[in-house]
Design a protein around this ligand. Structure first.
Ligand code: ADP
Ligand code: MG
Length: 457
């Protein structure tokens, strides 16, 4: 067995004995607030320090002021003469700040300091409520929700979330963390991105604090590491992560990893680890389809209490297709632009903003694409308007297709007639006039045309 094995280590044994004694001298809430957040990290036989991981320096000061007597006598009973606490502030500086607090020096009072818990490093806005569901993320989202109901104890351990940039990996992973804490406030949850994990590890290594680093991560209930493709080529970090992974997995603790692609995930992780990952769940976040893009935009508009016309939402959803981050970016610029120039948010402004931010490939509009857009809009078969049908909706669709062909292509009237239902140029002329006369007075036709034209752009 090596030092990272499952055996209870000496510092854990000492601390648990101390707690048994301390428990009898404190109220339940004191124990809960001030002793539960403490994590035993190590025991140094030479200095007789018991290293205790604490959430912050304030915590140390307050804790020491109020409990130094109790701690001293308990340490004396359990570990013998000279035993003292050494506090290590966790997370921000794992493996860095070891502070021997000068007992009795602290000035803070209970009122000034609320009890601290381990900071999970989660963004509170990244929740399931704000993570709009669509075909692109259904499986990942529902698996994530099951995990939050029963972290560690589910078929999805570890969970791997793949997806290109801006498709919601970080949001989803953090939503699982937030929801887990909602359901189980006492669970120890940490979100960290792979780069930061690597930096912490390097620092711990340089300071000879690897054990603290390991102990900290090995006592978690849920560990989320974002963008593990960043581990590629970093053998030291991969090895330490392997140890943490094994430890947590063996104890039935939950692990969630994200990566931009399965291939990069593999480059980021050790071969030994990859074979273990077969147990878990692999899910991919795809680019959102048009309906999901609209739903995301609408949710954003609603949550920000904004007013943006539906036609503008549609325009953005049709033209900004790559990822969600881009959708949000367009929305933010649109608002900024409208506030700065005091301009109304409308399609023209949206076109301007989208055009500047995204490379909108100018689509070539052909009679074919028009015919398809019109038929899609009216739920007709692609060839319906080519037939001789005199049904009202087919006639209207045919006339609109002619009108749009005249507006958006350079085809002559007879060429348009030839391509749409084999009609002569007079019929096309009549159709164009009929549509443009009607559009001035018919609101519903205006809306239909706007929607079809949006889908052409
Ligand atoms: P990734 O980590 O995959 O690069 P993020 O999780 O950072 O992507 O997502 C980019 C932005 O898009 C974030 O602001 C996030 O809140 C938002 N986002 C992504 N997916 C959704 C979704 N399904 N519903 C709502 N917002 C989303
Ligand atoms: Mg991310």
């Amino acid at each position: 067995m090596n030092e990272f094995s499952r055996e209870v280590s000496v510092h854990e044994k000492y601390w648990s004995e101390c707690l048994t004694i301390i428990k009898d001298n404190l109220s339940k809430s004191e124990l809960e607030h001030w002793f539960r957040p403490i994590v035993p990290l190590g025991w140094d036989e030479n200095t007789r320090d018991l290293r205790l991981g604490i959430p912050s320096m304030y915590f140390a000061e307050f804790f020491d002021e109020h409990y130094v007597g109790l701690l001293k006598s308990t340490f004396q009973r359990v570990m013998g003469d000279g035993a003292k606490p050494a506090y290590v502030v966790m997370v921000e500086s794992v493996g860095k700040t070891t502070v021997n607090v000068d007992c009795g020096r602290a000035r803070t009072t209970a009122k000034e300091i609320a009890p601290h818990r381990l900071d999970p490093q989660l963004n509170p806005n990244y929740t399931f409520d704000t993570f709009v569901e669509g075909d692109c993320n259904k499986l990942a989202r529902s698996a994530g929700m099951s995990i939050a109901k029963s972290p560690g104890n589910n078929p999805y351990n570890p969970m791997f979330i793949y997806g290109g940039s801006g498709l919601g990996k970080t949001h989803l992973a953090q939503a699982i963390g937030n929801e887990t804490l909602n359901n189980f406030p006492d669970k120890k949850v940490i979100y960290i991105d792979a780069n930061r994990f690597q930096a912490q590890f390097t620092e711990a290594h340089l300071n000879g604090q690897i054990n603290n680093f390991l102990n900290f991560y090995q006592q978690l209930d849920l560990l989320i590491i974002d963008d593990v493709q960043m581990f590629a080529g970093k053998t030291g970090t991969q090895n330490i992560f392997f140890q943490i992974f094994n430890h947590l997995h063996l104890l039935g603790k939950q692990i969630i990893l994200t990566s931009d692609s399965p291939t990069n995930m593999m480059q980021g992780l050790d071969q030994r680890m990859l074979s273990r990952f077969k147990w878990g769940l692999n899910v991919t976040l795809d680019a959102p389809d048009q309906d999901t893009r609209k739903a995301i935009l609408r949710a954003k508009v609603k949550s920000d209490g904004l007013y943006i016309p539906e036609s503008v939402v549609d325009y953005i959803a049709v033209n900004v297709t790559e990822n969600v981050r881009e959708l949000e970016g367009v929305m933010v610029s649109l608002l900024a632009q409208s506030t700065l120039t005091n301009a109304e948010i409308n399609i023209d402004l949206a076109e301007h903003v989208v055009g500047r931010m995204i490379n909108v490939k100018p689509k070539t509009i052909t009679i074919q694409t028009i015919q398809k857009a019109v038929c899609d809009y009216y739920h007709l078969e692609f060839n319906d308007i080519q037939t001789k049908s005199r049904k009202r909706e087919v006639v209207q669709a045919r006339q609109i297709a002619m009108y749009l062909a005249r507006k958006y292509t350079k085809n002559s009237l007879s060429s348009i007639g030839e391509q749409i239902g084999k009609r002569d140029h007079a019929t096309v002329l009549y159709a164009c006039k009929a549509v443009s006369d009607l559009v001035d007075v018919d609101k519903s036709l205006q809306k239909s045309l706007e929607a079809i034209e949006n889908s052409l752009r």
